[in-house]
Write a protein that binds this ligand. Structure first.
Ligand SMILES: [Zn+2]
Length: 158
């Protein structure tokens, strides 16, 4: 039998149960996060750690890792300044520009395969990214003519 001073009033037990339910719902919601959303959530913690590490040891490896965490938060301009790897710097600059670009409506592209003309998908996804401008996770997409922009939805096959 629990001593009286340790017994919780009914109202408190109810509140506790509600808190636990809320936590469980949050946890379940986390499970349903997309990989890109998970990356963003994790990057908020990793960024702090990597900033501290970078202050102690500002080598290329740490700089590139910090830039990656910034990019997961849609901070591509900062990432381009922090990164040391030329390929990643180009990618971050491209993503930053694509987020600012207007979507195009270029027609489908075609590819010749032997005698046949194969219709190419209008857009292809380059990477799942977070756009701070759009306040959403979505896709960095490219049309057959090479225009790149942000799309909320994954490109479809047609
Ligand atoms: Zn286009």
């Amino acid at each position: 039998m629990t001593p009286e001073f340790l017994q919780l009033p009914e109202a408190l037990l109810e509140a506790d149960k509600r808190r636990q339910d809320a936590l469980r719902r949050k946890f379940n919601a986390r499970v349903r996060m997309s990989p890109a959303e998970m990356e963003t959530a994790r990057s908020l913690i990793l960024e702090k750690e990597l900033r501290a590490e970078f202050e102690r040891n500002p080598d290329d490896h740490t700089a590139n890792r910090l830039a990656e965490q910034l990019s997961f938060q849609g901070r591509f301009e900062e990432a381009a300044k922090v990164a040391r790897d030329p390929d990643w710097i180009r990618f971050y600059q491209m993503a930053a520009a694509a987020i600012e670009a207007e979507p195009c409506d270029c027609p489908n592209g075609y590819a010749a395969v032997g005698q046949e003309r194969i219709k190419l998908p209008r857009l292809r996804a380059i990477k799942q990214i977070y756009s701070r401008k759009h306040g959403a996770h979505g896709y960095l997409v490219e049309c057959a003519d090479g225009h790149r922009f942000f799309s909320n939805a994954a490109p479809t096959a047609d």
